[in-house]
Design a binder for this molecule. Structure first.
Ligand SMILES: N[C@@H](CCC(=O)N[C@@H](CS)C(=O)NCC(=O)O)C(=O)O
Length: 198
């Protein structure tokens, strides 16, 4: 597999998940402005959507969208989503929430020319949407229970942005969760490989 990523973008979630999965993979860094990759590919030919992430599959073809890529990785290994008959649906439920309710709420912080008003409204919305995980983390170690999984990979990136891009003060449970995850080997490795380590 080959992960197409941009440093510190949402593709960091997939990068972390791939390291956690211990499946073999390579990476290719995408220049999102030029739409080319470090290995010299035309990125629009890889992913006509033009954005990261994209995952080149061993059997051929390319998978896009964080929810699908993270779900695919979790399905391949089985230990990155909750167990039980509803486990994969709990993972999809969390990934969909993170994608649509958290990830998209960061838009004003990435879009050039966004007004202070739009940023302030987004900050308020993010604070509310993170509340679901703040409450859950009062009684469990990870986003979906006591086992690390793909939802944590994605939630980590949202918290990384909340700290780095928005300057959001994280409530106590999320703050200690973020500090714990920051010490995790796969997360440190992914950050270092993207040039974002300490
Ligand atoms: N719906 C997509 C959104 C991916 C996305 O927002 N990618 C951003 C980086 S976090 C990007 O590549 N933006 C550059 C662009 O759109 O040109 C997914 O969840 O995978």
């Amino acid at each position: 597999m080959k992960l197409y990523y941009a440093p510190g973008a949402c593709s960091l979630a997939d990068h972390i998940a791939l390291i956690e999965s211990k499946l073999p993979f390579t990476t290719d860094k995408v220049d999102l402005k030029a739409r080319t990759t470090a290995e010299g590919e035309d990125y629009t030919a890889v992913n006509p959507k033009g954005y990261v992430p994209a995952l080149g599959l061993d059997a051929g073809g390319v998978l896009t969208e964080n929810v699908a890529i993270l779900g695919y990785i979790a399905d391949r290994v089985g230990n990155l989503m909750p167990q039980g008959p509803l486990g994969r649906f709990r993972a999809l439920e969390a990934l969909a929430y993170i994608s649509t309710e958290l990830h998209k709420s960061f838009a004003p912080f990435f879009k050039p020319g966004s007004s202070d008003e739009a940023k302030s409204a987004a900050k308020t919305q993010l604070g509310k949407r993170f509340g679901l995980f703040e409450d859950a983390l009062a009684s469990q170690e990870f986003a979906l229970g006591d086992q690390f999984g793909v939802a944590d990979c994605y939630l980590f990136v949202m918290l990384f942005w909340a700290r780095e891009k928005v300057g959001l003060d994280l409530p106590p449970n999320l703050s200690s969760y973020y500090e714990r995850l920051s010490q995790r080997a796969a997360i440190q490795q992914a950050l270092a490989e993207e040039g974002l380590g300490d």
